[in-house]
Design a protein around this ligand. Structure first.
Ligand code: PEP
Ligand code: MG
Length: 536
């Protein structure tokens, strides 16, 4: 039995799918049969076209800019210069991979040489992207965009949130990784979807076979390759026990979370996309306490437009109305990177250029999001929250930008709600310590215990080797939670918790004694948290 960190509960038995960074290096082979290489190339091109068509259709539903990119790639496959270059190379008797690489390099070089022509410069990247897809197919490597025809357990060194959002989640029965920790964003995503997950397996990861069936228990962190009949029976029994426990919680979905002393708590959900709304409703969520809007950016090949964002915010508000929805503005950076932001590698990205720091330095990005949010505000109960606050001055700057955006919309005659509440995440020790001052400027606090623990304990939340130090129940973290709650209430504002420890029912009593007003957790944890509140 192999072991890792128990990151998302549930039991699964399925075939292993190894997700690897595709190796796209190619070498030259000469003297091949041109007709045979032509046939290989034609089959690869047909598959590439089918993949791009499917990606285009999917992107059309959420984001037309990304869809356009796939459309351009699709056209590139039929571009006469591209096709002629490849045909010429194939006729020389060289291998199809090399024919693609040689043609793509020549074309991209030509585009790149057209200095000052931004459009052509971008085409260079497109040519390389399409040829990467062709070479990957020719080399028989499957892609994260792959669709599966049966359930799989995805095994990877680590899972980037940008990969996780693109996976065929309907067919992903579980995740296992060498690296990662229980608060890495891919794990949070898995928990939201109720997918069992074992991470941080370290050296045990090397003991996994390359393929075959594996059984995983995300509640205990156990992974068993190639289970025999007895082991399969054991995992089936575990699965039945897990499902029975879930059934026992069924009643709590519909109940209000009120403590024995009469304190009413909102048990809301953390979500990353519109796809999660069904789960929020099915699990009896009182609303959304954290919509990680950066996932919209991660799922997009370029900056999502105001209109694309507006449609998403409008839908989430409409579908959950009259329940409150807290949308957190862009919290990109650290483990959540979108290439088009062009953020250079940093020594300490968790403490670097991220979240509100990007928004205040590049306000055009921020304004687009605020405009989309305000336009959507008339469709439901919107609350907007700002991440990674460390200073009062940031809050004042945000308010100034917000006032400008409101003025702009007013001048344009675009309606927006005046009842939107504006809050901040308290996820840095600086914000917790200064919470008395910050509370005077905002309508609510939401405590982000993931980052608050990381910064308070000086323990990287992504690093499995020090996961013992990353402890959201450490007295230092709990003191900051208590202080923040006290200062919020003294200023007459509400305070929630949206970090993963909101779902740690061993802490529910403590949170209730601190007077926490809202707990926001992954949808699958809602019934369990409601029960803990009711029983406290
Ligand atoms: C947190 O830091 O606790 C939080 C909720 O935000 P994220 O996990 O997205 O950093
Ligand atoms: Mg955070």
């Amino acid at each position: 039995m192999l072991k890792g960190i128990a990151a998302s509960p549930g039991v699964a038995v399925a075939e292993l799918f190894r997700l690897e960074e595709p190796d796209l290096t190619v070498s030259l082979t000469e003297g091949l049969d041109p007709a045979a290489e032509r046939a290989r190339y034609d089959a690869a091109a047909a598959q590439a076209a089918a993949e791009l068509d499917a990606l285009y259709d999917r992107a059309c539903q959420t984001d037309e800019k990304t869809a356009q990119v796939f459309d351009i790639h699709r056209m590139m496959l039929e571009d006469p210069d591209f096709c002629d270059g490849i045909s010429e190379a194939l006729e020389e008797g060289i291998n199809a991979e090399y024919a693609v690489r040689r043609t793509a390099d020549a074309l991209a070089g030509m585009f790149r040489a057209m200095e000052g022509d931004e459009y052509m410069q971008a085409r260079a990247a497109d040519v390389q992207d399409v040829s990467g897809r062709l070479i990957r197919i020719l080399k028989g490597v499957r892609d994260v965009d792959a669709r599966f025809d049966r359930p799989v357990i995805v095994a990877a060194e680590d899972l980037l949130p940008s990969q996780t959002v693109r996976l065929d989640k309907e067919m992903v029965a579980g995740f296992i990784t060498r690296l990662g920790s229980s608060t890495s964003h891919s794990v949070i995503l898995a928990r939201t979807l109720g997918i069992p997950c074992v991470v941080g397996m370290g050296d045990d990861f090397d003991r996994l076979p390359l393929s075959g069936v594996v059984a995983i228990d995300g509640g205990s962190g156990e992974v068993l390759p190639d289970p025999d009949e007895d082991a399969l029976a054991d995992f089936r029994a575990r699965r039945a026990a897990y499902l029975a426990d879930r059934d026992a919680l069924e009643d709590f979905k519909r109940r209000e979370a009120v403590t024995s002393s009469g304190h009413k708590v909102l048990v809301a959900a953390n979500i990353g996309s519109l796809e999660d709304i069904d789960a929020v409703l099915a699990q009896g969520g009182d609303g959304v306490g954290l919509f990680r809007s950066e996932f919209i950016y991660l799922d997009s090949a370029d900056f999502p437009t105001e209109e694309a964002q507006f449609q998403i915010y409008k839908e989430v508000l409409e579908r959950l109305a009259p329940r409150p929805v807290v949308v957190r503005t862009l919290d990109l950076g650290s483990d959540k990177q979108a290439p088009y932001f062009g953020i250079k590698g940093e020594e300490n990205p968790a403490m670097g250029y991220r979240a509100i720091r990007i928004c205040l330095k590049e306000p055009h990005i921020f304004r687009t999001q605020l405009r989309a949010l305000l336009r959507a505000s008339v469709y439901g109960n919107l609350n907007v929250m700002f991440p990674m606050i460390t200073k009062l001055d940031q809050v004042l700057q945000i308010k100034a930008i917000l006032a400008q955006v409101q003025g702009e919309l007013e001048a344009e005659g675009v309606p927006f709600s005046r009842d939107v509440q504006y809050g901040i995440m308290v996820e840095t020790p600086a914000a917790a310590v200064m919470s008395d001052v910050l509370a005077r400027e905002v309508d609510f606090f939401s405590i982000g215990t993931n980052d608050l623990t990381q910064y308070t304990m000086a323990a990287d939340r992504m690093n499995a080797r020090i996961s013992d130090l990353f402890d959201s129940a450490d007295p230092s973290v709990l003191r900051l939670v208590e202080l923040t709650a006290k200062n919020a209430h003294a200023a007459g504002i509400w305070v929630g918790i949206c970090g993963e420890s909101a779902a740690n029912t061993a802490l529910t009593e403590f949170y209730m004694s601190a007077g926490i007003d809202e707990l926001s957790v992954s949808p699958s944890s809602i019934p369990k948290v409601k029960r803990a509140v009711i029983q406290s």
